[in-house]
Design a protein around this ligand. Structure first.
Ligand SMILES: Nc1ncnc2c1ncn2[C@@H]1O[C@H](COP(=O)(O)OP(=O)(O)O)[C@@H](O)[C@H]1O
Ligand SMILES: [Mg+2]
Length: 272
């Protein structure tokens, strides 16, 4: 579907890799004269591979969203290295951001804010294709329908405004949009947290199915360890910006090495 296909890459190599990444912010609470620094992400190293799901868990404020933004090229690290398709990114130019945006895309927590309220669903899905000049106009129209079907929405959704859809349907549209340029990796940051409990499992299953069908690398972020339990191949547990535990999902759940991981696991299971 794309005019310039993503270059073939070593099947064994990570699509995205963070090496010893730190991200500092100026504190929101510090005074104008004495700004304090917050270290949101501290010496984090992770790899994201095609066909595998990396679950990132940790309580609110542990640095998950900041890490997600680094992974999709929206946040420059203060130190450390980020590699896309094995190539280190040193300068965050517009061209680099565009290239990264095609390879790694993101689904945020709240589908209501992710979509332009005044754009019809069909336009919202077509927009990235137009911006990146993908294919002919006819091919773009066909691609929009293909994307809708991929996320289980009917053609009738094309003419709908975001406000006419349910939260779950809007999140499906946000997922379709994230898939529009044929990414290798999708980063889903708390994609079910803003949704009704009744539709959370559906969205979780949809993401898991898409990962298999499209051989995507998936990064699934949640404050709730039980939510990532069944979809993750590997788990990273974060606390105060640091990775406190990292390993194959089965091992982390059956034999957690870290005290904090054990605390998270002992908490009452959430309803996805
Ligand atoms: N743009 C920002 N400016 C200042 N501080 C920030 C900014 N973004 C995040 N932080 C701080 O960084 C820490 C990690 O935040 P975040 O990555 O959003 O965590 P999480 O997604 O796990 O809740 C928090 O202390 C938060 O207040
Ligand atoms: Mg967050």
């Amino acid at each position: 579907m794309s005019a310039t296909p993503v270059p073939a890459q070593d099947a064994a190599g990570p699509v995205v890799e963070l090496r010893d990444v730190c991200v500092d912010f100026r504190s929101r609470t510090g005074s104008v004269f004495r700004t304090q620094r917050v270290r949101a992400v501290e010496h984090v190293s992770i790899e994201v591979h095609r066909g595998r799901t990396l679950g990132i868990v940790g309580e609110s404020g542990s640095g998950k969203t900041t890490m997600a933004k680094v992974l999709v090229g929206l946040q420059e690290p203060t130190s450390g290295e980020i590699r896309f398709d094995g190539e280190a990114v040193t300068r965050y130019t517009a061209a680099v951001r565009r290239r990264v945006g095609r390879v790694v895309s993101v689904v945020f927590q709240d589908p209501a804010t992710a979509l332009n309220a005044r754009m019809r669903i069909g336009e919202a899905l077509r927009d990235p294709l137009d911006v990146h000049g993908v294919g002919t106009p006819a091919q773009r129209t066909a691609r929009v329908r293909e994307l809708l079907h991929l996320v289980g929405l009917p053609d009738s959704a094309l003419e709908a405004m975001p406000g006419q859809l349910s939260g779950g349907q809007r999140q499906r549209v946000a997922i379709a949009r994230a898939l529009s340029l044929g990414p290798e990796v999708v980063v889903a940051d708390e994609p079910t947290s803003a949704l009704d409990v009744s539709v959370r499992a559906q969205i979780l299953n949809l993401l898991a199915d898409l990962k298999t069908e499209l051989n995507l690398g998936m990064v699934f972020i949640s404050h709730d360890i039980q939510t990532v339990r069944h979809v993750s191949d590997e788990i990273v547990v974060m606390r105060r910006g640091q990775i406190v535990e990292q390993g194959p999902a089965a091992r982390v759940f059956d034999d957690p090495h870290d005290e904090y991981t054990r605390t998270l696991l002992a908490a009452a299971p959430a309803l996805l």
